[in-house]
Design a protein around this ligand. Sequence first.
Ligand SMILES: *Cc1c(COP(=O)(O)O)cnc(C)c1O
Length: 396
Amino acid sequence: MTAEPHVARNYAPLDVTIAEAEGVWATDVDGRRYLDMLAGYSALNFGHRHPDLVAAATEQLSRATLTSRAFRSDQLEPFAAALAELCGKDLVLPMNTGAEAVETGIKVARAWGYRVKGVAPDAATIVVAHGNFHGRTSTIVGFSDDEEARGDFGPFAPGFVSVPFGDADAIAAAIDETTVAVLIEPIQGEAGVVVPPDGYLRRVREITSEQNVLFVADEIQSGLGRTGTTFACDREGVVPDLYLLGKALGGGIVPVSAVVGDEAVLGVLRPGEHGSTFGGNPLASAVGLRVVQLLQGGEIVERAGMLGDHLESLLEPLVGRGITGFRRVGLWAGVDIDPAAGTGREITEALLGRGVLAKDTHGQTVRLAPPLTIRASELSWGVEQLRIVLDRDSSA
Ligand SMILES: *Cc1c(COP(=O)(O)O)cnc(C)c1O
C-alpha cells in the first residue's frame, strides 16, 4: 500500500507529505520543517509564495482569471512587453508548461524553415544533443537518449539528429540543407548540471548564423536567474534566435511558459496555426509580469552569483569525502556521490531525515538548486546536513 493509492505511479516521491511552505522552508503534515534545496526544479527560484507574486496573483484573482485568446485581456500585452524587453526580443508566444514551449519552438523552427529558409516540404531537421531533457511529450521523448523516458512510447516523430553535447564541431558536421534549428540546453539540468566547455555556446551561435539555422536555447531550467545571469546564454554573451522559458516564469504559482524571439522568426506564425486555451491567461500574465519585474531589479540574479560562490566553497571540502566531484554554475550544482557513500536516492532519503529536500538524478548525482532567496547561513546549514549524511554513510 502506498501513501497515494489513487495517484498513478509515474513518480516515486520521497517519503514526505508537504502541507505548507514559505520562502525556502516547507512544512510537512506532522509539522516538521525542511529546507527546500530543489525549489521545484527551479520553478521556485523566488521561493515559496514570494509576497510580491502572491500579491499579484491575489489582485488578479479578484479581477479576471481566464478569457481564452478569443478575446484580449488587459494583462497579456504588459507581460509580453516586459518579457520581450528582458530577452531583447520583439515577440512573446505564451504557453503553460515547459514541454509546450519546446513543442512550440519546434513548430516555429519548422515553419520558419519552410517559409523563410526554403527547406523542401516535410524535410526539416533539428539538431539536438545527447543527454538532453526537453520535457515529456511523445515528440520530445523521441529525441531523448534516456531509455526510461523513451521505453515503450514509440513510434516517434522523425526529423531530429542527435550529437554529443559540448561538441560544436559535431553540430557543424550534422547541419545540412534540411537543418532548420539547433535545439540545446545551454547547461543540461536534468543530466546533472552538465556545463559545456567554454566557448561552446559562442561557437554554436557562429555556426548557426553562418549556416542560416536557428539557435533555439531551452532556458526553461537554466534561465531566469539560476546561473547568476538572467540567462545561461549571457555567460558567453550569446543571444539565441528563440528563448524557451518556463518553470520560474510562473513564480511557483501558476504554470507559465513562453517562446521569445524576433519578428523575423516568431512572426512566421499566422492566426489559427498554433494556440493554447490557457496560454497567456490573465492570472498567468499578472504573475509572469511580476516575475519579470523581480528579475529586472537585478538583485535576485546577483544573489545567485554571490550565493553560488558560497556554495562552491561549501562543496569543495567534500570532494574525496563522500563526493567524487561536482559541477556548479550560479546557485545550481550537480554533486556526484561516491558510490561508497550510497546512491543518490539513499543520500536524498538521509537528507530528508535531517530536514533537507533534495532530488537525485541519474543514479549517483544529487542536484542542489535552492531558491535564489535563500540566506547564506541557510545554505551553509543545508550543505552541513549533506556533509553529515555523507560522513555517516561512508563510516557505516
Ligand atoms: C523541466 C524542463 C522542461 C519541461 O518542462 P515541463 O514544465 O515539465 O513540461 C523542458 N526543458 C528543460 C530544460 C527542463 O528543465
